[in-house]
Design a protein around this ligand. Structure first.
Ligand SMILES: [Zn+2]
Length: 432
């Protein structure tokens, strides 16, 4: 039947190819029909074959069987590909990269333009990799991620839908502060320390500044041993939740994880040393774990090449192993795990390498895909916008050759990327 329709189409007017989007563009304005060989919609476990996905004014319209194309809509032929919803990265630092990790004081001299230039490059790489939505867990340069978000939303540069945290909420010298051990606070420009707080009251004020300034979420750092007190976290949660925003808590240690959950955090970042009690609490409080189990091997390999400090390497090897074992335990206990990779500690655009680790450590391929689509969307409060190929949501779709359910690593080779119905990447010959 579909062959007949195709033949009929070929005899009438030739199919119009979509244009490849270039900046500047009008975001979420695309009208497009996508013919998918297979389709994974991000919510259902079912895989559909030979499906046409219509996008109208940037949003998904009808999803129907067969390849019948309505006239006057450009057609993106992905009939030899598997289509999935645009992927979601829950833990990125999109204006920063591992290249500066060796010497964080490099940032002291960076202007906003320096950060923005990098941010634009990394945003393009995220899109090329199929990550059309990214939660940015703060910027060293206060509000740089908001600037980048707004620039992309105006269609002036190409990048994912960004949730911006604005700046790190942290104690002096904590995770997210650039204060080097033994360094002087006076040496650091104030714009790099907007969220550094010395009391619960100051955490509350800084969280309010983030909310008032247009942050999409709040991000607090609680690494290793607890740094922010339970009261500090509660103050941030209070301000953010009152404004309808979520709170991401950076927590490695078992105790800080428990405290962050009990204080009302919505996602736990890293969760390296989470214990059984922490897993139970996360489930009870519907808190998602964002465990970056993918980056360790790359860091260790790269670190050896670059001669990183042995102590740092030893710690990375140790925490990588522990975190993966705890990932497995958390998943077996049915805790919710979202796709957060901490991209920046390994190269931007390689976000998808984590899928294979999540499957190796216990997830089914479909579970891993959902962790980066519908499940992620729900835990970032954007389930009415992204995370599924479903009527009414933004027309964000990616495609790979082959079957990601048989080989999850195919997601590392995304060949087509559509965001808001605009085509940002396509196989050769499929666009004009
Ligand atoms: Zn991070």
């Amino acid at each position: 039947m579909s062959i007949l329709i195709l033949a009929a189409c070929q005899r009438s007017a030739p199919v119009e190819l979509p244009e490849l989007a270039r900046a500047p563009y009008r975001p979420d304005s695309g009208n497009l029909l996508i013919q998918c060989g297979s389709l994974i919609d991000g919510r259902s476990d079912e895989v559909r074959e030979n499906v046409s996905v219509l996008i109208e004014d940037g949003r998904f319209g009808r999803v129907a069987g067969g390849f019948a194309a309505p006239p006057e809509v450009p057609v993106l032929d992905l009939s030899e590909y598997t289509c999935l919803p645009g992927l979601i990265e829950m833990h990125a630092h999109i204006l920063e990269s591992f290249e500066e990790l060796v010497d964080l004081t490099l940032y002291y001299g960076y202007s906003l333009d320096d950060f923005m230039e990098k941010g634009r490059e990394y945003s393009q790489l995220s899109i090329d990799a199929g990550f059309t939505t990214v939660r940015n867990l703060a910027a060293y340069y206060g509000w740089a991620d908001r600037e980048l978000r707004d620039e992309i939303n105006r269609g002036e540069s190409i990048g994912p839908r960004l949730q911006a945290a604005g700046f790190y909420l942290t104690i002096p010298g904590g995770g997210g502060d650039l204060l080097e051990v033994g360094g002087s606070e006076d040496a650091i420009p104030q714009h790099l320390r907007m969220g550094v707080s010395r009391s619960t009251e100051q955490f509350r004020r800084n969280a309010q500044t983030a909310v008032d300034g247009g942050a999409d979420l709040a991000y607090g750092g609680i690494p290793g041993e607890p740094e922010m007190t339970a009261e500090d976290i509660k103050a941030v949660v209070d301000v953010a939740h009152t404004a309808g925003l979520r709170v991401a808590a950076h927590a490695h240690g078992a105790q800080s994880i428990r405290e962050a959950i009990l204080a009302g955090a919505d996602t736990i970042e890293h969760a390296t040393y989470i214990d059984e009690k922490g897993i139970r609490l996360a489930i009870e409080h519907d808190v998602a774990l964002s465990m970056d189990v993918g980056a360790g091997d790359w860091m260790i390999e790269e670190g050896r090449k670059q001669g990183w400090i042995e102590e740092f390497l030893r710690k990375t090897i140790e925490t990588t192993q522990v975190q993966r074992e705890n990932f497995k335990k958390a998943h077996e206990a049915r805790a919710t795990i979202v796709y957060g990779t901490d991209v920046s500690i390994y190269p931007h655009g390689m976000n998808a390498i984590q899928f294979a680790y999540m499957v190796e450590w216990g997830m089914s391929p479909m579970e891993a895909i959902k962790s980066a689509t519908s499940v992620a969307a729900r835990h970032m409060g954007w389930e009415d916008r992204v995370g599924a190929i479903q009527t009414g949501l933004f027309g964000d779709l990616v495609a790979v050759r082959g079957d990601p359910l048989a080989d999850i690593s195919t997601l590392e080779q995304v060949e087509a990327v559509v965001k808001g119905g605009l085509v940002f990447k396509a196989p050769p010959g499929k666009t004009r």
